[in-house]
Design a protein around this ligand. Structure first.
Ligand SMILES: CC(C)(COP(=O)(O)OP(=O)(O)OC[C@H]1O[C@@H](n2cnc3c(N)ncnc32)[C@H](O)[C@@H]1OP(=O)(O)O)[C@@H](O)C(=O)NCCC(=O)NCCS
Length: 139
């Protein structure tokens, strides 16, 4: 069963996001984003975070702990969010496009909403330093 909470209530999630930055988005910690997770006997196996902007809903981070990967956990979380929210999108590295396409999301080439503007800002600034580009996938 998918559970809902806030990022700041889960030190394990905060640590995972910090450890994997800048791939995963530390902004979700500052915003105390909404957290959806799957657990087994109190142990979080997979989670995703949600940032609600005025014009869109952004999936901030998707993470499955290595020993629980390829069991459909991330897919389950993403599908439930797409069902629940309107205008869902996310920012990711190009290598994850095939994964998100499998979840029914498409690459966006516009620059209208908050998510797309955040991606543009990253590519023009930090992207140049880290030497990679991000893309927006949306439903
Ligand atoms: C990417 C990640 C979230 C996938 O989690 P997962 O729980 O193993 O994913 P699922 O088991 O739900 O996979 C669903 C489908 O996507 C496929 N898939 C999984 N990882 C993939 C990848 N990196 N690239 C392409 N396809 C992938 C699975 O094979 C599965 O395919 P199927 O529907 O044909 O069976 C996980 O590998 C992870 O946490 N990686 C590190 C963090 C990260 O990169 N997060 C994304 C950026 S925020």
């Amino acid at each position: 069963m998918i559970k809902e909470s806030r990022v700041l209530k889960y030190p394990k999630v905060i640590w995972t996001i910090l450890k994997n930055a800048p791939t995963l988005d530390p902004l979700v910690i500052l915003l105390n984003s909404k957290l959806y997770y799957l657990e087994n006997k109190g142990n979080i196996e997979s989670f995703l975070t949600i940032k609600e902007w005025k014009d869109s809903t952004e999936i901030g981070t998707v993470y499955t702990y290595p020993e629980f990967r390829n069991k459909g956990l991330a897919r389950k979380l993403i599908k439930s969010v797409i069902k629940k929210y309107k205008n869902v999108g996310l920012i990711c590295k190009e290598n994850l496009i095939p994964f998100y396409k499998k979840q029914g999301l498409k690459k966006s080439s516009s620059t209208n909403n908050k998510i797309e503007k955040r991606k543009e800002l990253f590519n023009k600034t930090l992207g140049k330093i880290f030497k990679y580009k991000l893309v927006v996938m949306k439903n």
